[in-house]
Design a protein around this ligand. Structure first.
Ligand SMILES: Cc1cc2nc3c(=O)[nH]c(=O)nc-3n(C[C@H](O)[C@H](O)[C@H](O)COP(=O)(O)OP(=O)(O)OC[C@H]3O[C@@H](n4cnc5c(N)ncnc54)[C@H](O)[C@@H]3O)c2cc1C
Length: 472
């Protein structure tokens, strides 16, 4: 008899798995429950939608519900799964107030993550947003482009000043971003492009903590050059209101006037549903999985932002909620469910972000405490090199910070910051990490060279060479 594969969550991990299972084993009944309307969307494009570079939310959709239906996937939008019974192999979903029970042979939990909202006084006010879902992006953009519902000069006799202010509200002119992670900084660029005065409040000593303090300082200088007010070591204590709307934030003992607030303080895995079903969570709080993405229950899998992945550098479970990890694991699980057991693959924590004119990237382990915890004796080296041959016009400085283990010479990680060619280079380092290379071996990689693209010794080779020398 044909098997039934049930997927909870209709985005990167879930739809990759559903498509792959249906393609490889067409007889499988594939049922996807998605609690919202949107499926198979690129949340990574949301800052560019708010900025205006991407016109509509539909542009972010990779495949429509109709296309999934054509492929034979039974996609059920507006169905929220509220219970999983791994003993009976049944999930329960709610749709329009009605309860639906669905038995399964294989189950994938791909419920993603949610934006963390810290308990700041005033966080529920009109004008405070997060940016995690398509709907939240729409709300931010509408708020940015709003006009007052009543013109300023309209006679509002009988209404108090507060109602008058509310009805004549204007497009926001300033924003406070709580959190200097990559979403906060992408949004700083988006808000700035829309003409707002932008404040970024970061409670840690630097923005972009996973990229290391060296890279962060360059980013902070660049943000300030672009007119962004960067407040480091500054915790937002309270969001103030006037007439029910945001009027300012109190942070680090000071008050800043802002017309809206974006809370961008990271994400937490949506793992409660799984935990309540007895599916084990790992130390990171995300769902624990093996190399096939399988949980502690046979035939119950987890993938994407709700799940842990194996970090090849630390040789330990990790939670790095990024898109390729979700797509890759989902696809592998779809293949496994279709009868071809396929490992989901390791991660090395590779990430790249554009902050105005800067490209900022990281991979592997660059924090010394984290490296020591993983059993290494870390040594780091920072170099600055040109992005093109010195005589070729248009080049700029690239900063490469590379870390290796003193005893073995094993490459542990790197961050790269510059105006061009950063993403290409971090991928070289990521590949070397997957191949478990030493810095000596990286130094002798045969990388592409022509004057418009790099110096003869690419900055990655130079960094490896200098770091190898330091280890001798
Ligand atoms: C603003 C922003 C920018 C980003 N930029 C990048 C980037 O540049 N690079 C990068 O690699 N990553 C980026 N990411 C992260 C990337 O989008 C995620 O890693 C990826 O979407 C994870 O896919 P997923 O399928 O695991 O989860 P999600 O995309 O979160 O999808 C989970 C789905 O499950 C549904 N769901 C949850 N619970 C239930 C339930 N009980 N029943 C039914 N349905 C349920 C949700 O509605 C959701 O549609 C960005 C994310 C955001 C928000």
């Amino acid at each position: 008899m044909a098997r039934t594969f049930v997927v909870i969550g209709g985005d990167a991990a879930g739809m990759s798995a559903a498509s792959k299972a249906k393609r490889d084993a067409p007889d499988t009944e594939v049922v996807v429950f998605e609690k919202g309307q949107w499926v198979s969307y690129g949340a990574c494009g949301l800052p560019y939608y708010v900025k205006g570079e991407i016109e509509t939310l539909d542009d972010l959709v990779a495949m429509t519900p109709e296309q999934f239906a054509e492929r034979g996937v039974d996609l059920r939008q507006h169905h929220e799964v509220v219970d999983v019974d791994p003993e009976e192999q049944v999930v329960t979903a709610v749709h329009d107030g009605e309860t639906v029970e669905q038995p399964y042979d294989d189950l994938l939990v791909a419920t993603g993550a949610s934006a963390i909202v810290p308990p700041i006084d005033g966080v529920d006010l009109d004008g405070v947003f997060t940016l995690h879902s398509m709907d939240s992006a729409k709300k931010v953009k509408s708020y940015l482009t709003q006009e007052g519902s009543v013109p300023e000069d309209e006679f509002l006799e009988g209404y108090g000043a507060e109602v008058h202010d509310y009805l004549t509200a204007k497009t926001p002119e300033s924003v406070g971003i709580v959190g200097g992670g990559y979403v906060g900084l992408e949004m700083a660029e988006a808000f700035e492009a829309r003409g707002l005065d932008v404040h970024v409040f970061e409670m840690l000593p630097h923005v972009l903590a996973p990229f290391g303090p060296g890279a962060a300082e360059t980013v902070e200088d660049h943000l300030r050059e672009q007119g962004v007010d960067v407040h480091l070591d500054t915790t937002v204590e309270r969001i103030d209101e006037e007439a029910g709307r945001v009027a300012g934030v109190e942070a680090g003992g000071e008050r800043f006037d802002v017309d809206m607030v974006l809370v961008a303080t990271g994400v937490a895995p949506n793992a409660d549903l799984a935990a309540e079903a007895g599916i084990e969570l790992g130390e990171t709080g995300a769902i624990a999985t093996d190399e096939y993405g399988e949980t502690n229950y046979d035939d119950v899998y987890a993938a994407g932002d709700c799940a842990e992945a194996h970090n090849a550098v630390t040789d330990a479970p990790d939670h790095v909620p990024l898109a390729l990890t979700a797509n890759r694991a989902g696809r592998a699980i779809g293949q496994t469910v279709a009868g071809d057991p396929t490992p989901v693959g390791d991660i090395v924590g590779t990430a790249v972000v554009k902050v105005f004119d800067l490209e900022v990237a990281r991979t592997g382990v660059i924090d010394h405490d984290e490296a020591r915890e993983a059993g290494y004796d870390p040594v780091s080296q920072e170099i600055t090199a040109e992005s093109r041959a010195h005589y070729y016009p248009g080049g700029s400085d690239l900063e490469v910070r590379m870390t290796a283990d003193r005893e073995s010479g094993k490459l542990l990680g790197a961050s790269i910051v510059g105006h061009e060619g950063v993403a290409k280079r971090i991928d070289t380092v990521a590949t070397a990490l997957h191949a478990d290379m030493t810095v000596d071996e990286v130094e002798y990689l045969d990388l592409a060279y022509a004057p418009p693209f790099s110096p003869v010794w690419d900055p990655v080779l130079t960094a490896a060479k200098v770091l190898a020398g330091k280890l001798e």
